[in-house]
Design a protein around this ligand. Structure first.
Ligand SMILES: [Zn+2]
Length: 251
């Protein structure tokens, strides 16, 4: 039974995975369960978003937006890679998910169909952890290295805890029946990789790679240094000559 994690457990698994965290004041008891009468869980997937705004921490963690009360995610992920814990209960992030898309994440299928409203809908806020990553979403604003690295760590920590595969990590644009486009945009880099565009497929591949390692693992950030070349005969002779000269001076 995939019960939602307690606040303490959520903190513990994120710390173990090397995520730098911040606790938003009041986050442990701020949720939408009581207000809606719909308890959060059982949980079956993670849904990733971009905020489409700057300085979005208060909005996501507490304030919400017109017509959509906060909290708007379980975790807000800032540009500096700090993950702010916003809620351990029900949050307003997912909206309605297309049933065909949701089922593909629930069953951890290797591919995920385009969301079709005709297949029916599921209330995503019942079943999904939500991560809101700060980015303008204009396809120009980059996700920083620290941010992307933390994003992979957060998703992996939750998958590891529930024994899920990377195929439980979805993106809002993969489930939305309202034409959401998040997340999208350039990423500064990850591991040994330079700039690339965010794609759900690459993101899941990065989570899959991380899941093969212990939680304490960090991806290598540069190619291993090339082996030093052995000295040439000429270099060896020069070194020898210097030693001989030094010995001669001493005697
Ligand atoms: Zn979204």
């Amino acid at each position: 039974m995939a019960s939602p994690l307690s606040p303490d457990r959520l903190i513990a698994i994120l710390r173990a995975e090397g995520v730098k965290i911040s606790e938003y004041p009041g986050w442990r008891t701020r949720e939408r369960d009581d207000e809606t009468g719909k308890p959060f869980g059982p949980v079956h997937m993670i849904l990733n978003h971009h905020t489409a705004s700057r300085n979005s921490r208060d909005i996501v963690a507490r304030d919400g937006v017109a017509g959509l009360p906060g909290p708007l995610a379980h975790i807000h992920l800032a540009k500096d890679g700090i993950a702010t814990l916003c809620s351990a209960g029900r949050t307003n992030h997912a909206g309605l998910m297309a049933k065909n898309a949701y089922n593909s994440f629930l069953n951890e299928a290797s591919t995920h169909p385009a969301p079709s409203k005709a297949s029916g809908t599921v209330d995503g806020n019942d079943v999904a952890y939500g991560i809101e990553t700060e980015n303008l979403g204009d396809n120009k604003d980059p996700y920083t290295r620290a941010q992307y690295d933390a994003w992979v760590r957060i998703n992996t920590a939750i998958c590891r805890e529930y024994d899920w595969s990377e195929q439980s990590c979805g993106c809002h644009k993969e489930t939305s029946v309202e034409g959401k486009v998040d997340p999208r945009g350039p990423v500064e880099g990850y591991g040994t990789r330079g700039r690339f565009d965010y794609t759900p497929k690459q993101f899941r591949a990065d989570v899959a790679e991380r899941l093969k390692h212990p939680a304490s693992w960090s991806p290598p950030t540069s190619a291993p240094a090339p082996k030093p070349k052995p000295p040439t005969t000429e270099e060896r002779l020069t070194a020898l000559e210097k030693r001989v000269t030094a010995l001669e001076k001493r005697s």
